[in-house]
Design a protein around this ligand. Structure first.
Ligand SMILES: *Cc1c(COP(=O)(O)O)cnc(C)c1O
Length: 377
């Protein structure tokens, strides 16, 4: 019996051909494919600028760095995300402040954001959990009221829509991840999108040591040796063969999204009448991109026992996420920051079911049947 993972990439022969053709070309990094990938991301999302980097984590890091916030600043974010979201705040010498989430969407709760604002709050990083856009209108109002920057961690949400617009243009900066479990992959990779010309220029430098001239600008018979280093940047560059994979994958994103939406629809239909399961709800005015399909298990069922039995049946259930403030590094650095009640409750009951575009219908049905069977015991 084969193991069904919770997420998996889909690389086809065409993707492989594109990568090989770049490997045979003159430029395997800092070449023309990077710009081509960035242009394709802009065309897809409607954003004016994009900067492709070597991971979603790097994308978050340079986004926070580009804001040049004073050292004691606080950035409000969700604890119900991958650690990279809030680590990017700490990398930059700033303090993450966690707001609570909404039970139905697992997205950051705008009312809780308001409660966490202090004199030192300078920005909000919100995450479109599982691919469902946050309450962006409300978050933008808060940002305007308190003069805060907004970063959208859309690692789960490329291709999602809010009020008929794709993610990529709502916040000051939006970041994507191209890790293999995400919608499209470059192996490792990420990008920052922005409509702000000044931020774009800064992000481009921060990706490459904070240097103001690109390799191609310093190459060839007419080029000068001169360049300046304006910021303490790092090497966060993505390679051209990864960018080629990204372009090829992006061309298939809409078909991947169709498959994800179809599988999520099957789950929601077949679980609708199971009393021990609360299926994920989708708010109005948006289009979910279903990076994850998560359900809440009735508190009378022992979630961890159920989890173990699903794994023993070769179903790669997962848990997204352990609240970040529970990790020992965070406890050591900030002490006990006070548990957030909705986050705690959701964490105890949530489970992630397998979902990826190449998933076979038989496997979807196997997940449903095994879930029902184990819960009825
Ligand atoms: C995957 C992910 C990241 C980090 O992306 P990498 O490309 O793995 O560095 C950041 N935030 C969230 C919410 C993610 O799911």
């Amino acid at each position: 019996m084969k193991y069904i993972p919770y997420g998996f990439q889909w690389i086809d022969e065409n993707d492989i051909r594109e990568v090989i053709s770049v490997l045979k070309s003159d430029w395997i990094t800092t070449g023309p494919k990077i710009q081509e990938f960035e242009d394709a991301l802009c065309r897809y999302t409607g954003a004016s600028h994009s900067v492709a980097v070597n991971s979603g984590t790097s994308a978050l890091d340079i986004s926070v760095q580009s804001l040049e916030l004073p050292p004691s600043s606080e950035v409000i974010t969700t604890p119900f995300t991958f650690v990279a979201t809030s680590n990017s705040i700490i990398y930059n010498g700033l303090k993450p402040v966690f707001a609570d989430i909404c039970e139905d969407t697992r997205n950051i709760d705008p009312d809780s954001i308001r409660n966490k604002i202090s004199e030192r709050t300078k920005a909000i990083i919100y995450v479109d959990y599982a691919g469902q856009p946050c309450d962006i209108k409300e978050i933008k109002e808060i940002a305007e009221d308190f003069d805060l920057y907004l970063i959208e961690d859309a690692s789960h949400a490329i291709g999602s829509e809010y009020e008929n617009k794709k993610t990529g243009t709502f916040a000051d900066m939006t970041i994507f991840s191209f890790h293999p479990v995400k919608h499209i992959t470059t192996g490792e990779g990420g990008a920052v999108l922005t409509d702000n010309e000044e931020l774009h220029e800064k992000l481009s430098m921060l990706r490459s040591h904070g240097i103001d001239k690109t390799t191609s600008e310093r190459y060839g018979p007419d080029a000068s040796w001169a360049y300046d280093m304006k910021y303490l940047g790092r090497n966060y560059r993505i390679t051209d063969f990864q960018a080629a994979l990204g372009i090829s994958q992006l061309g298939k994103l809409d078909s991947y999204l169709d498959k994800r939406r179809e599988i999520a629809g099957i789950y929601s239909e077949l679980f609708a009448d199971v009393p021990e399961i609360t299926i994920p709800s989708v708010r109005k005015n948006l289009k979910h991109s279903w990076h994850l399909y998560t359900v809440l298990i009735d508190s009378r069922v022992h979630r961890d026992v159920f989890f173990g039995k699903m794994r023993a049946n070769n179903i790669g259930v997962n848990l997204h996420y352990i609240p970040i403030y529970k990790f020992s590094y965070y406890q050591g650095k900030y002490g006990s920051i006070g548990e957030l009640p909705v986050t705690e409750d959701v964490f105890k009951r949530i489970i992630t079911l397998p979902l990826f575009p190449r998933m076979q219908y038989d496997d979807v049905l196997k997940v449903v049947e095994t879930t029902k069977k184990l819960l009825s015991k």
